[in-house]
Structure formats: C-alpha cells, structure tokens
Design a protein around this ligand. Structure first.
Ligand code: PGA
Length: 248
C-alpha cells in the first residue's frame, strides 16, 4: 500500500517570525495520521520547523539541495547538512528551478542520485507547458524529463522516490488540471516507471499531482487510483487549509 503524501511547498514565503506563527498554528490541528504530511519551508526555517514539529508526525522537506556534499560551492546547501538536521524530503526539479535557475535534466539527475545516496527522499517534479499540452506533446515532455531525471536508479530506490506531476500552466494560476487529466498523466508516469524499472518499482513509487490544489478539489484528486498525494503551493501557506488538505 502506498501511503498518501501531502506536501506543502512554501516556495520563497514566510520569514523566520512568520514561519514560527504558521508552524504553531499547524500544530493546533488534528491531522490524519494515515496521511504523510510534509512542510517544505525555505532553508533558513528548516531547523525551526524540525524543532517546532518535533512532537508531531509532520515531516520536513527542503526545496532544493546541491549534489555535492561539501566544498567550495558558495551559496549552496549540502544534502549531508539537511540529513543532519533531520530533514526527510527534498523537492527537486521544480519548474520554477528549471525555468528561473536553468536547472537541466542532467543536473536534476545528479541531485536525485545524491539525495538517495545521502538518505534523503527526492520529490521529483515534472510537467509540461500549456503550449506542449495544447499541441498534444504533454506525455512526450514528461517522458523525456523522467527518463533523464531517473537515469541510473535501482528498483529499491523507488521505495524512496516521490514523483510530482505538475503541469506548469496549473501552478499558481488557479487553473487545476481536471482530476481525470491528472489521473491520466499519473497513470502514464506509472507505466513509464514500469517500462523503465519494472513492475515492482511502478507499484511502489508514489506519484503526486501539483498545481492549484486546494481544499475544494483535493478530495476528487486524491480519489484517483494513480494519484498518491499532492504537492501544494499557495494553499499550504495557511494552517487551516493545509490541515484540510491533509485531512482530505
Ligand atoms: P500551487 O503550486 O499549489 O500554488 O499551484 C504548486 C507547486 O508549485 O508546487
């Protein structure tokens, strides 16, 4: 059985003082323990999140990491540092990192492998642009990304890899992919993992949908067979809506 996973991607939101308030608020809600709840604040608030969430089941994730473990890489954060803090997940290959920071599939693949080697669980993002969807190339795009990003992984790695399907046109726009479209792509991603790594890997891997997920649509999205979770931006920035997402 794949455990559902709802992860809040805070992006570049919430200062230290604001994060403290939000985390304290989140702690006041009763969250369904059958669902894995994850908060992914900016780096500078990871230690705070670990400390404040210590007595809860809520996991902490980072939004990026370098593939090297130490050295002369000014401004970067090592997976070893994240592991040392008790961080569990690392979002990788988010479309904002691909677009604004020029992250290539080759780089993302190095990061995915490094996280796994260092005991962290990647949440690997993929997804097409509106133009690609409208021209019928959405699946081709996701295939190219995943073949490159997952290269070199073993069947065992899929106990620890989460894939997030995030159509770029649905991120932060209020436009959600229909639950059926999201399911169709997530089923395709599972079939792709099967073709590349075998049946066992495809049954184990957890696949999230992301893009304008909110309390009003989470239930329908989560009812789909191949959707095991959601990666949520905007709606994860308020304690009440985050709790409603986790308690879908
Ligand atoms: P959104 O962002 O929920 O605000 O659309 C999702 C994401 O980028 O992970």
């Amino acid at each position: 059985m794949r455990k559902p996973i709802i992860a809040g991607n805070w992006k570049m939101n919430k200062s230290y003082s604001e994060a403290k308030i939000l985390l304290e608020e989140i702690k006041r809600f009763d969250l369904n323990k059958e669902v894995e709840a994850v908060v992914c604040p900016p780096f500078i608030n990871l230690a705070l999140a670990k400390e404040l969430l210590e007595d809860t089941n809520i996991e902490v994730g980072a939004q990026n990491a370098h593939f090297e473990t130490s050295g002369a890489f000014t401004g970067e954060v090592s997976p070893v540092f994240l592991k040392d803090l008790g961080v569990k997940y690392v979002i990788l290959g988010h479309s904002e990192r691909r677009e604004y920071f020029g992250e290539s599939d080759e780089l993302i693949n190095k990061k995915v492998k490094s996280m796994l080697e260092n005991g962290l669980l990647p949440i690997l993002c993929c997804g097409e642009t509106l133009e690609e969807r409208e021209s019928g190339k959405a699946k081709d795009k996701v295939k190219v990304q995943l073949e490159a990003d997952l290269k070199g992984l073993s069947v065992e790695d899929f106990d620890n890899v989460v894939i997030a399907y995030e159509p770029i046109w649905a991120i932060g726009t209020g436009k959600t992919a229909s639950a059926d479209d999201a399911e169709e792509m997530c089923a395709y991603i599972r079939s792709l993992v099967k073709a590349l790594f075998g049946d066992e890997a495809s049954q184990k891997v957890r696949i999230q949908y992301g893009g304008s997920v909110k309390p009003s649509n989470v239930k329908e999205i989560m009812s789909k067979e191949n959707i095991d979770g959601a990666l949520v931006g905007g709606a994860s920035l308020e304690a009440e809506s985050f709790s409603q997402l986790v308690n879908f």
